[in-house]
Design a protein around this ligand. Sequence first.
Ligand SMILES: [Fe+2]
Length: 316
Amino acid sequence: MKPQIAQLGYVALESSDIEKSIAFFQKIIGLELTEKVGEQYYFRAWGDFQHHTLSISPGPKGRVKHISFRTKRSEDVDLFAKQLRGKGYEIDIAEAGTTPGIGRAIRFSAASGHRIELYYDVLKTEVEEHRRSVLKNQTYKSWANGISPRRLDHINIHTSAPGNTAYDFFIEELGFRMNECIETTDGQLLAGWMSVTPLVHDVALVAHESLETTARFHHISYWLDSSGDLLRAADILKESGLEFIGPGKHSISQAIYLYVIDPGSGCRVELFTGGYLIFEPDWETIVWRPEERALGNTYWGDSITGNSLIIPTIEA
Ligand SMILES: [Fe+2]
């Protein structure tokens, strides 16, 4: 049986202004702090179950150190290592506890240039009583701080890797399904929305030929339960004095969005709700053509085409 990925795990972010980043993610976005080790902070949303879905540590500039996924089974970590080594990929081992809450993991560079980590074992950290939800199926009390999203949803990354190699890697090596894409009539992928879950995308990958570096990180996205919550998020951002783009609705994924940048790291955050799920085992990729890109990106609302939003945020 081929090894499989279960879900997006966490994003390891570095910030050149850790205090600003912590204030932004904790007080404005409203993530819960699970653990702090020295100057390394581990956050999750109130509905996330794993130890963290975002780690933030200090660095000389804003960047994403790695993007981490959880495998379906414990043995999949070593099976992925074997499979990728067989194809010539260099695999590093991160022993259990290298990242607090995360078990033994493997790390490698994807064809897109992004550093990827795979793990299975993870701590489902207990919450102190005063922060714990009354609900037995929820981690923290909801709405404790700021925007207060429920859970991590997806990431959007950009690459200048040639041809379709970056997309092929996610599909053939990591087992993702291409749910929607923007593709030229001669088969060149310009953007792809891929998942291992029923979500339309756990990962959006965009080909961007004029990047300063091969791999860039465009945004991390957290899920809100309703469009009403998203409008409340816009009010909170406005009152916080932060510029944002949205609300708007994507045609691709059909989700409603709001984008804001962490003033500490420069990392873009998307707040996200709505959309549709895919349960079809024989799903056929929805293909959008380059001339339909503007419609694909924005069905209605604040446009994300033709403005600074299309430029990737930070190095990855
Ligand atoms: Fe997104």
